[in-house]
Design a protein around this ligand. Structure first.
Ligand SMILES: [Zn+2]
Length: 378
């Protein structure tokens, strides 16, 4: 039986202008101008394949509307919001770390991106759809309260959670982040919050260099509700599936959230220019199937995917279709052409140094289960 999956995409998400870097490097000197890796291509081509393949006919389109300043300010400082707004009203600028360039009008685009994730979650919680995928841009999982980082201006997922909590629509939320980079934004925002579980699986010390270690477990009342799985470079489908099976499923089952939000970055792809992992489209499909089934077991199937990174314009569309097929339990006749070269590589084998870190994080998931025996009092 197919599921009713909501889908958010707005053409303006492709208009967010990150300038003429050569990948991550500003052009100049010996660096010839090219596109920034965070270009519209990977996301716009995913939206294109969803149309061309007919996948769109299996989905329920949900319109995105911008979040308000009030929504932003539940998570971000006035200083940060004003900084993005004033640069955006002028000629553009940088969100804070020198790696997050944006053009004129990005303030409104970033509010529309956060609003896409929020609209997806509202539709799921209202029962209009069973689950949802918000294909939003710019991404959000590196944005911190007072600073944008790593291509992210505003924290799309926390802004969504705080808007829902302010209206009493959810109390407890679990975030699972499989983007190849560490989900430092949610970790920082929810460090001391026992009602938001943050789990990030990422390439060890890729970005940010100084966060995402397994001993970062949250603080104060939130101790234990932050779990990092810093996998070594080269990990593939097998390692990611095992992380879901042995870390995410036990932790989220014990946590008993009202809603699961997945920070969905496709940069663990074997074809990604910024990551050094080996995940195939079948790897992403396998993770999504497990997470959908987990949501059915723990929170009535309520799960929302919010798009983050993923910088291979060739591969992201095929990874995205596989996830949407898993969410909706439908199939298209799309075949991933990249499987020709990576499908038979030893991506599903685990080496001892991969097993070791997963086993360590699995212990942290077990420890969370021992602390949380009942959900928060209603
Ligand atoms: Zn990323």
């Amino acid at each position: 039986m197919s599921r009713n999956t909501g889908y958010i995409w707005h053409e303006q998400y492709a208009w967010h202008d990150t300038g003429t870097h050569a990948g991550v490097f500003p052009s100049g000197g010996y660096i010839q101008p090219l596109a920034n890796f965070e270009s519209p291509e990977s996301k716009a081509r995913m939206a294109g394949l969803i149309e061309v393949s007919g996948m769109i006919n299996n989905l329920t389109r949900i319109p995105a509307t911008p979040v308000t300043d009030e929504d932003l300010l539940r998570v971000h400082t006035q200083r940060h919001v004003d900084s993005i707004r004033s640069q955006s009203d002028a000629t553009g600028g940088d969100a804070g770390d020198g790696f997050s360039p944006f053009g004129r009008g990005a303030f409104e685009l970033a509010k529309l991106a956060a609003g896409g994730t929020l609209a997806a979650a509202e539709a799921v919680l209202a029962g209009k759809v069973d689950n949802a995928y918000a294909l939003v841009r710019p991404p959000g999982h590196h944005a911190e309260p007072d600073e944008g980082r790593g291509y992210c201006l505003f924290a799309n997922v926390p802004i969504t959670i705080e808007s829902l909590r302010a209206r009493g629509l959810v109390e407890r939320v679990a975030i699972f982040d499989y983007d190849v980079h560490h989900g430092n934004g949610a970790q920082k925002i929810y460090w001391e919050d026992p009602n938001v579980l943050t789990i990030s699986v990422h390439q060890d010390r890729l970005f940010p260099l100084d966060s995402g270690m397994a001993d970062e477990r949250g603080g104060g009342a939130g101790f234990g509700t932050n779990i990092n799985v810093p996998l070594p470079a080269g990990s593939g489908d097998g390692a990611y599936w095992k992380v879901v099976d042995e870390v995410a499923i036990p932790a989220i089952t014990a946590f008993k959230p009202d809603l699961i939000i997945v920070s969905s970055g496709f940069d663990p792809s074997a074809y990604d220019p910024l990551g050094r992992m080996s995940v195939t489209s079948e790897g992403f499909r396998g993770m999504a199937e497990r997470l959908v089934s987990l949501a059915e077991d723990v929170c009535g199937g309520k799960i929302v995917f919010s798009h983050e990174g993923g910088y291979s314009p060739v591969h992201v569309p095929f990874c995205g279709i596989a996830v949407l097929e898993a969410l909706s339990d439908t199939r298209t006749d799309v075949q991933d052409p990249v499987n020709f070269s990576v499908g038979d590589s030893p991506t599903r084998e685990l080496y001892p140094w991969q097993d070791e870190i997963i086993a360590h994080s699995a212990e942290l998931a077990k420890a969370l289960g021992m602390v949380i025996t009942d959900p928060a009092p209603q």
